[in-house]
Design a protein around this ligand. Structure first.
Ligand code: AMP
Ligand code: ZN
Length: 137
């Protein structure tokens, strides 16, 4: 897409710090890092979100994520990461081009776990929720 910032990064039209690249993905340093080494893995083709990603790219996607983790782990001397996608605006997705956050984690880095992102427990029981899901699937 012509006005997409991550398409422009993938095409080299905007400067970025490229950590790793594969045929269909590019991994770049996040411009506003939340941790040292905070990296985004971005498909070169424009997919808005994970649901749109072509399944034939899934293995390459996981592979480059793993490779970046190994690389950052060596550079920053850590084995621990927070990994994830803000899927959709309600989840905090600001750039409408799929990207996977890799955030190296450190002792006493003042961060939390994924559980700390939201706390909106359901009013219904687990059984009711489970039945709704089963009825749909
Ligand atoms: P999200 O909220 O998941 O959509 O995150 C978008 C991320 O893209 C944010 O962490 C931004 O700091 C990052 N970002 C925005 N523009 C750039 C850029 N030009 N180069 C690298 N990272 C960027
Ligand atoms: Zn794009």
């Amino acid at each position: 897409m012509s006005d997409c910032i991550f398409c422009k990064i993938a095409q080299g039209e905007i400067k970025s710090y490229v950590v790793k690249e594969s045929s269909n993905f590019i991994a770049v340093l996040d411009i506003h890092p939340h941790t040292p080494g905070h990296t985004l893995v971005i498909p070169k083709e424009h997919f808005v979100n994970l649901k749109e990603l072509k399944l034939e790219l899934a293995e390459e996607f996981i592979k480059i994520i793993q490779e970046v983790m190994v690389l950052l782990g060596k550079v920053f001397m850590t084995t621990d990461f927070t990994l994830g996608i803000n899927e959709g605006p309600l989840a905090g997705q600001a750039v409408s081009h799929l990207h996977f956050h890799i955030m190296p984690r450190f002792k006493n880095d003042h961060g939390g776990s994924i559980h700390s992102i939201v706390y909106n427990p359901p009013q219904e029981s687990l059984e009711e929720i489970y039945q709704k899901i089963k009825n749909e699937s």
